[in-house]
Design a protein. Structure first.
Length: 497
C-alpha cells in the first residue's frame, strides 16, 4: 500500500458503476407545440434525432403526459415527457400537467422519478399574447411557496424569424447599404433583433417570470440566423444548456443533466473536475492525495466516471477498451520517468489501497510531488475526453459516433500538440500544493488547465494526412459566430470581410 504522510482519514472508492445510481437519467418535461425548433433542441443539446411526426403527436392535445418519449436508445441518460403548452387555453391540458407534477414531486417520489426541470416553449411571435393559464402556471413555478416545484426555463423558439424581420428592416434603409462590413452588419442586426425582442415579446413575459430566479429565459434559433442576438444561432443552444444546469439546485439533478447533455464539453469538464477534486484532501492546508486508495485505483475510477459524465456516442464501447487509459497517459506524458511511475501505479496497485501487492514506486514520492503528478494525470484525462466531445458534438449530427480513427486522432493530437505540455505547466505552477483551503480550488485548477490548453492548441493541429481531410464532411464545420469557423481537428478558418 502507498505510503502517505498526510493526516487525512482513510478513503474508500465506491464502485464506479454506482456513480449515477441516485439519478441515472435526467427527467425533463417539455411544454410547447410541434415546432421545428424542438427537433433541433433535442438534436443539438442531447444528441437524439426525433421524427417530426413523432413530435407532432407528442404535443397533441390527446397525448398522455405520463408516457416517456421514445428515444430508440439514442441517449440512455435522458427521459422526456411532453405536453401542449397553455397558449390555447386548454384547461384539461393544464389540469393534467398539474396533476402529473403533483404526483412526480411528492415527498415519497424517488429522486430518479421526479421531474428535474421544465422547458416551457413558446415561439417568438410578436402578436402572441400570454394566456391566463400560462400566467398562473409560471407564477406558481416562481413562487417561493412551491419549494418542491422543479426549476423552469422559458424557451423562446424560432428566434431566427425575428432576426429575419430585423434583417429585412435593415435592408430597406438604402442609406445603410455598403456603410459597414458584413461582420459589423451582423452585429447591428443582432442588436436590432435583441431590442425588438425585448420591446415586443420579452417585456410581455417579464412581469410573470421576473424575480425570484426560479424561471429563467432563453432564446434559441434553428439555424445561424440568430447570430449576434440574445441567444440565436449556436449560442442559443449553448445558452439553454448553461441556463438549465445553472437553474438546477439538486446536485444529483445537476450531475444527471451534465451526463445527459451533448452540447457543452466545458460543462462535462467542470463536472469531471469536481469528481477529480474528491480524490484529494485539504485538511493539512495544502492539496494532498487522499489516504486509503492508490493512485492506480484513482486513475481507473476517474476514467470510468469521466466516460459516464461525457456520455459520448460509443456504440462499439471503444472507451471500455482495457488499455485505453494506458494509451492516454502515454500520449499525455513526454517524460519517461513520470509516465513510468503512473504505469507502474496502474499495474502494481490493487486499486483500493490494501492488499498484498508490491508497493508502487509512486508511493515513494513526497506527498507534494505525488499530489501534483496525480492532478496532472487527471487533468490530462479530462483533456482527452474534452477533445473527443468537442470533435463529436461540434459536428451537430446525432448519428456520429466514436471510431477507432477518432480516438487515435485525439491521442495523436495529444502526443504531437502543445496541449500536454500546457497541462503539466499549469498544474505544476499552481500554489494549491503548498497552500489550499477548499477542494473547489482543485477542480478550478483542472478546468483552467484544460481550458488554457484548448486556447493554446486551437488551430495548431494541421491536417497532414489526406485521409483525415476526406473524413471531414461539410456538416462538421462548427460556426461559432461571425468571426471564425472551427473544424474538428482544431483548424480555425477566419472569413475575409
Amino acid at each position: 500500500m502507498e505510503t502517505n504522510n498526510d493526516l487525512s482519514t482513510l478513503f474508500a472508492l465506491p464502485p464506479s458503476s454506482e456513480f449515477l445510481s441516485q439519478c441515472p437519467a435526467f427527467r425533463l418535461l417539455v411544454l410547447g407545440n410541434a415546432e421545428s425548433t424542438k427537433v433541433d433542441i433535442f438534436s443539438k443539446i442531447f444528441g437524439v434525432t426525433l421524427p417530426k411526426n413523432h413530435l407532432a403527436a407528442a404535443f397533441s392535445p390527446g397525448h398522455d403526459i405520463t408516457q416517456e418519449l421514445e428515444l430508440d436508445g439514442q441517449n440512455s441518460r435522458l427521459i422526456i415527457h411532453t405536453s401542449p403548452n397553455f397558449g390555447s387555453g386548454d384547461e384539461q391540458a393544464y389540469a393534467r400537467v398539474c396533476d402529473f407534477l403533483k404526483a412526480r414531486q411528492s415527498p415519497s417520489a424517488a429522486p430518479a422519478d421526479r421531474i428535474h426541470c421544465i422547458w416551457y416553449c413558446v415561439a417568438c411571435d410578436e402578436d402572441r399574447s400570454v394566456h391566463g393559464l400560462e400566467a398562473d402556471f409560471l407564477a406558481h413555478l416562481r413562487s417561493a411557496a412551491a419549494p418542491d416545484t422543479p426549476p423552469a426555463v422559458l424557451v423562446f423558439t424560432k428566434y431566427e424569424e425575428l432576426v429575419g424581420r430585423a434583417r429585412l428592416e435593415w435592408s430597406r434603409d438604402e442609406r445603410r447599404s455598403g456603410a459597414a462590413s458584413s461582420v459589423a452588419v451582423s452585429h447591428l442586426i443582432g442588436d436590432l433583433a435583441s431590442r425588438r425582442f425585448e420591446e415586443r415579446i420579452g417585456g410581455r413575459w417579464d412581469g410573470i417570470v421576473g424575480g425570484g430566479g426560479r424561471v429563467a429565459r432563453v432564446c434559441v434559433a434553428n439555424d445561424d440566423g440568430g447570430d449576434g442576438g440574445v441567444g440565436g444561432g449556436r449560442s442559443g443552444f449553448d445558452a439553454l444548456t448553461g441556463t438549465t444546469v445553472a437553474a438546477l439546485k439538486d446536485w444529483n439533478a445537476k450531475l444527471a443533466f451534465a451526463a445527459a447533455q451533448r452540447n457543452s464539453p466545458s460543462i462535462s469538464t467542470q463536472f469531471a473536475a469536481n469528481i477529480a477534486a474528491e480524490y484529494f484532501t485539504v485538511d493539512t492546508g495544502h492539496a494532498r492525495k487522499r489516504s486509503g486508495v492508490e493512485v492506480g485505483g484513482i486513475l481507473r475510477d476517474f476514467f470510468a466516471k469521466a466516460t459516464q459524465v461525457f456520455n459520448l456516442k460509443d456504440r462499439d464501447a471503444l472507451l471500455l477498451a482495457p488499455h485505453l487509459l494506458d494509451s492516454v497517459l502515454a500520449a499525455a506524458f513526454e517524460s519517461r520517468d513520470e509516465l513510468g511511475l503512473l504505469q507502474d501505479a496502474l499495474e502494481g496497485g490493487d486499486g483500493d489501497g490494501g492488499g498484498a501487492h508490491q508497493q508502487p514506486l509512486i508511493g515513494l514520492l513526497s506527498p507534494h510531488d505525488r499530489a501534483c503528478l496525480l492532478a496532472q494525470a487527471l487533468a490530462q484525462t479530462a483533456l482527452f475526453f474534452h477533445g473527443l466531445a468537442t470533435a463529436q458534438w461540434a459536428q451537430g449530427d446525432p448519428a456520429v459516433g466514436l471510431t477507432e480513427q477518432s480516438i487515435g486522432r485525439e491521442l495523436r493530437e495529444m502526443r504531437l500538440g502543445t496541449g500536454r505540455k500546457s497541462v503539466i505547466e499549469v498544474v505544476e505552477a499552481s500554489p494549491i500544493f503548498t497552500q489550499c483551503f477548499s477542494r473547489s480550488e482543485i477542480s478550478e485548477l483542472i478546468v483552467r488547465a484544460v481550458e488554457q490548453t484548448q486556447e493554446v492548441g486551437a488551430g495548431q493541429n494541421p491536417i497532414s494526412v489526406s485521409s483525415e481531410l476526406k473524413d471531414i464532411p461539410l456538416t462538421s464545420v462548427n460556426d461559432r459566430g461571425r468571426d471564425d469557423l472551427v473544424l474538428p481537428c482544431g483548424m480555425t478558418i477566419v472569413p475575409l470581410t
